[in-house]
Write a protein that binds this ligand. Sequence first.
Ligand code: GLU
Length: 450
Amino acid sequence: MSVKVRFAPSPTGKLHVGNIRAALLNWMVAKKEGGVFMLRSDDTDQARSTKEFEDGIQADLAWLGLTHSEFARQSERFDVYNEIADHLREKGLLYPCYETADELDRKRKLQRARGLPPVYDRAALDLTGEQKAAFEAEGRKPHWRFRLSQEPVQWDDLIRGETKLDTATVSDPVLIRADGQFLYTLPSCIDDIDFGITHVIRGEDHVTNTATQVEIFRAIIDYRGSGTVPQFAHHSLLVGKDGEGLSKRLGSLSIEGMREAGIEPQAITSLLARLGTSDPVEPQIDMGALANGFDFGRMGRAPARFDMAELEQLNAKILHLLPYDAVKDRLASLNVDEALWDAVRGNLSTLAQAGEWRAVIHGDLDPVIDDEDRDFTTIAAGLVEEGTAGADLWSSLTGKAKEATGRKGKKLFMPLRLALTGRPHGPEMGPLVALMGAEKVKTRLRGERG
Ligand code: GLU
């Protein structure tokens, strides 16, 4: 059986680390199994869905390398959904309800007061034709609920293992609102059947939905005369580094925001692919290798902790791994060539910092020299031999300075670094100095701007 999975966001907001995890898991499964990864825009909520969000989702996924080979938009399939809804109505599986939101709220409060679970009491099933007509005459429009079997539903979850839920413990789900809008529940099942989705991989906040959707799947398969209920995998949700819920902060954890802050896509995918698994988080720039290393059996059920500091550290490691060819288009705008990239990449937090190092190496700079080091750097300036270049420049300079002054270790290197780069930290000095050239090195060691 060939694998086909889908990522199905609603285009009502931006993607963030929480929903990208579902996208990534789906993508990795398709990649590893040689299957199909589909993107589905769950845009049945026409009031809140926008083209702008849909475009943003596509751009984020493309940036992350989570490419899809099929695309569908739910708003283009209302005819199909209506046909199946009519069939479910005929079968008595979809029934009209006239309660207002307030009335439902009151019912739930009463149930709670009596210590009962707030499950819909199915009062609408007992309405007579006259009562329904009276509601309609009042101007009420029905919303439509799916009639659950009220029996246990069971599936072998690829992450959670054997999972069982009695649909008697949940309310019959509303599939169509009073204003005629389809909620995602029914269209999702119809699409999964029609597009031949083999695995539904999503967050564990959908576990209850799955129980009800299994029954909906069966009804659709019965109508279509073909199709199979997909396999399910429900991953745990992301929490903050101290275990706190992320829902309120997700807005600030958007993929777009991370891109703008200089986070590399491979840092995000490397982290999210391994969070919540028994495998260590490692920087991985090869998406195929990342996918090959994925295994549902290694995913735990505990919430996965997301820590921005961990992502930033991983970002630095990713930059270190990125060969010039992978970044040369972006470096071109910073005027950074291969030699400069190789000299500085081991020390960057963001790629943009390569441009700052370019300015340090090739631009003009006021050297930083402490008073107590002035004599030392002046002596060092005199030791720079004209015509020395490449790696020799730094090794011969430090060798001679050590010999001439007796300084060693930090006392030898730090004043030179400060004078030559204007800052106490940075990439290895050898390659930097090689790029600066003897003339600039001499000027700066003398304490002159240059
Ligand atoms: N549009 C649904 C959501 O974003 C899809 C859930 C699913 O993967 O079935 O929650």
